[in-house]
Ligand binder design. Structure first.
Ligand code: SF4
Ligand code: SF4
Length: 407
């Protein structure tokens, strides 16, 4: 038996009271309309919007869960495809919980865990992620020895050799995608500009496990979580900063209770806000004359209610005009990159990213700013596909511009 972080696990059947009393009211199929003036943007579920069959909406998948429970339905490839063509964006849960107090997204997460346990999930395309993890300790085929290359030339401490107050955990996606080099370097540099004592694990950093948890392989996720938790606790750091909203999600939701009590976990947008508003150690001296719209990553916004801090950081940037999407904050539309969708259903992922790009154009933005590597990747693909002049930035890149620095 591999080491695990959960002694007992929540299983799908514990949410029977959720999936068996879903009334198919379909409240989960739209945004909170009182906060969205333009009806063109009232749809909120990427899967239902793309596929247009009831089964792809939360209401349909709740019925699949009920059918599995009562054995009226047996798993098959169609059910598997529907289950994995879901961004796990929590937008349905945002709507449903307000009115019915049900947890549809949690049901779908546990359905995926059941699918993996029983051998009918994940999607065949997801196997490549696990294969790369086995070989490289990251899902993106980045050779282990190159994992720390993103930090070359930055004056970060090497936590394998010396102590630091802050662990900057780059994450696999920022470390592996050359197009995300600037954002991850900007994030680390901004923390140092703010006076924090920052170190990284360089090539010794491991995957946080989030991609495995998303596809329902909790066992595999927990082997990484267990090893990371032991290492983090031994480092003696006081703060862990993750530029990736998915790393931050699992650190906060899954690791936190096993971490030393004095370790605080922050996603980069929270850390930048802290430096700006609490430490008052970031000096925004350069104008960034741009109309930007802030995209709330699902794992940052709906999952952790982090809506105000990134906006406060952007509002402090001289010359910058901050716009809002029609579907904003709790109403935010997924970028298309959530839930492991891009690897199994790339056309669907791009479809959703293009829809979000259309919305950014509709509100008059020159740039989309966000704080998640998957969102950055999806928006850049959409910009390329639509040959749009829209720019795409990580929040940390904007901060670095305001500081008058370059990476
Ligand atoms: S998941 Fe909730 S909001 Fe959606 S149809 Fe069922 S009860 Fe209604
Ligand atoms: S989690 Fe997102 S994509 Fe999945 S059913 Fe809910 S709203 Fe649709």
């Amino acid at each position: 038996m591999k080491k695990r972080i959960t002694a007992t696990r929540q299983v799908l059947e514990e949410l029977q009271a959720d999936y068996s009393i879903c009334t198919k009211c379909k409240i989960c199929q739209g945004v909170h309309v009182q906060f969205c003036a333009d009806s063109r943007f009232w749809r909120n579920c990427p899967a239902g919007t793309r596929y247009r069959w009831e089964a792809y909406y939360a209401s349909g998948k709740m019925e699949l869960a009920r059918g599995l429970h009562t054995k009226e339905l047996a798993p098959n490839e169609v059910m598997r495809d529907i289950l994995y063509a879901c961004n796990l964006c929590s937008s349905c849960q945002e709507q449903c919980y307000e009115v019915k107090q049900l947890l549809p997204t949690r049901v779908f997460e546990l359905m995926r865990e059941k699918a993996v346990r029983e051998g009918w999930g994940p999607m065949p395309e997801h196997k490549a992620l696990a294969d790369s993890l086995e070989k490289n300790d990251n899902p993106w085929n980045l050779p282990k020895k190159k994992r720390g290359d993103w930090a070359k030339g930055l004056p970060l401490k090497d936590l394998n050799k010396e102590k630091a107050e802050v662990l900057f955990f780059a994450g696999c996606t920022y470390a592996a995608d050359p197009a995300l080099l600037k954002p991850v370097r900007a994030a680390a540099l901004s923390l140092m500009e703010g006076g924090w004592d920052v170190g990284t694990l360089k090539a010794e950093e491991l995957c946080c496990g989030a991609p495995m948890l998303l596809i329902g392989d909790r066992d595999y996720f927990e082997t990484y979580a267990f090893e990371n938790i032991e290492r983090f606790n031994a480092l003696g750091v006081k703060t862990i900063v993750a530029p990736c909203s998915h790393c931050a999600w699992v650190f906060k939701e899954e690791y936190a209770e096993h971490l030393n009590e004095d370790i605080k976990v922050m996603q980069i947008s929270e850390a930048l806000w802290w430096l700006l508003r609490k430490d008052k150690s970031l000096d925004f001296t350069s104008e960034v004359k741009m109309k930007v719209v802030w995209h709330d990553p699902c794992k940052l916004g709906r999952r952790f209610d982090q809506y105000k801090k990134p906006r406060a950081v952007l509002e402090a940037v001289p010359g910058l005009e901050l716009l809002e999407f029609h579907r904003s904050m709790f109403n935010s539309l997924c970028c298309g990159g959530g839930g492991g969708v891009p690897y199994a259903f790339p056309d669907f992922a791009l479809y959703t990213a293009k829809e979000r790009l259309f919305e950014a154009e509709a509100v008059g933005a020159e740039a989309i700013v966000t704080s998640c590597p998957y969102c950055l990747q999806m928006f850049r693909k959409a910009v390329e596909a639509k040959e749009s002049p829209m720019k795409v930035y990580d929040l940390a890149e904007i901060v670095l511009m305001a500081l008058g620095k370059e990476v």
